[in-house]
Design a protein. Structure first.
Length: 319
């Protein structure tokens, strides 16, 4: 069923997130926010403090320095960011010998390390100086690979310490703590035609969260030139019927025009309410730990460039 899930949705990072989730602290009880609250440490992002990882395996082969940049990692001045479990994952220790995971990651699916910066192949690019808004470019060029395998390149906030903020030691922000909103500037442009039956060259915004013991995914499609799947009357492209202890739904979202930069805004609380029948029947469960927010470039036999900048992930006070 894992392959079916990957086939139908954007990157969910399940293989990457399961071990991190196992190390995470207990979920907090719901504590509603009283003002707009960022739940990521590096909105924008603005700091060159990231890694490039693959779902299979967790780290690509090759010289480690090729797959991370610590030049913009700031001192771990917040005790909630310190994470000794990151020492083997990310080679960063500040002046006080405190360790942290990357502030964010590029995550790839079904690309090999020797296909980076090649054509056909993939690339993850960062433009701008640390401390100023960065532009993240994701090349996902699979049209001439010669198969119809799903391939992805994603930008992801997904660490329970250095990436995702904690409201207090041993706690996590819950999806139920306020209106969860994601905004960012998005660019997408397909080059050439499609080489496979499924005309997939899409950009999605994905939320992964826990609903008690269940792991749910809401994936929102913004760019879809090939109309890869016809949505149903509810605007749902695909759902898994809450099988295997997870509810997953892919829905139509705000569309962007090819070759232009537009601000994308997603109200995940509104989507959870609208599609509650696809998400276990509960719009915003009390224990709904936010696990990851990501922007995913997903192709099958197609070439697609996407760019992301000025990302914001916030909880807003409930009306």
């Amino acid at each position: 069923m894992r392959r079916l899930f990957r086939y139908a949705l954007g990157a969910a990072l399940l293989a990457l997130l399961v071990p991190l989730g196992a190390m995470a602290s207990p979920v907090s009880a719901s504590s509603p926010v009283t003002q707009s609250t960022s739940i990521v440490f590096d909105p924008g992002p603005k700091n060159r403090c990231f890694g490039v990882v693959g779902e299979f395996p967790d780290l690509p082969a090759g010289p480690p320095s090729t797959y991370y940049d610590t030049s913009g990692c700031r001192a771990v001045d917040n005790e909630l960011r310190a994470d000794d479990g990151c020492s083997d994952r990310f080679p960063y220790t500040d002046a006080n010998n405190r360790k942290a995971c990357p502030a964010w990651d590029f995550v790839t699916l079904n690309w090999k390390s020797d296909q980076r910066t090649k054509y056909p192949g993939y690339d993850a690019q960062v433009s701008g100086n640390s401390g100023s808004p960065l532009k993240l470019g994701m090349e996902n060029n699979a049209r001439q690979v010669g198969d119809c395998l799903l391939r992805e390149v994603a930008f992801s906030y997904h660490y329970p310490s250095s990436s995702l903020r904690r409201p207090a030691p041993g706690q996590h922000y819950n999806f139920a703590d306020g209106r969860l909103k994601v905004t960012y500037d998005a660019y997408a442009k397909q080059s050439g035609t499609f080489a496979c039956g499924e005309k997939r060259a899409i950009l999605t915004t994905d939320l992964i969260y826990k609903d008690g013991d269940r792991k749910n995914v809401i994936s929102v499609v913004h760019f879809n030139p090939g109309k890869f799947i016809e949505p149903n009357a509810d605007g749902v492209f695909w759902n898994n019927g809450c099988q295997e202890n997870s509810c997953r739904v892919t829905v139509q979202g705000q569309e962007i025009a090819a070759g232009t930069t537009s601000q994308v805004s997603v109200d995940f609380t509104a989507l959870a309410q609208k599609y509650r029948s696809y998400l276990g029947g509960t719009a915003v469960p009390a224990e709904s730990e936010v696990i990851a927010v990501q922007m995913v470039n997903s192709t099958m036999g197609a070439d697609l460039r996407t760019e992301v900048s000025n990302a914001s992930v916030t909880l807003e006070p409930a009306a």
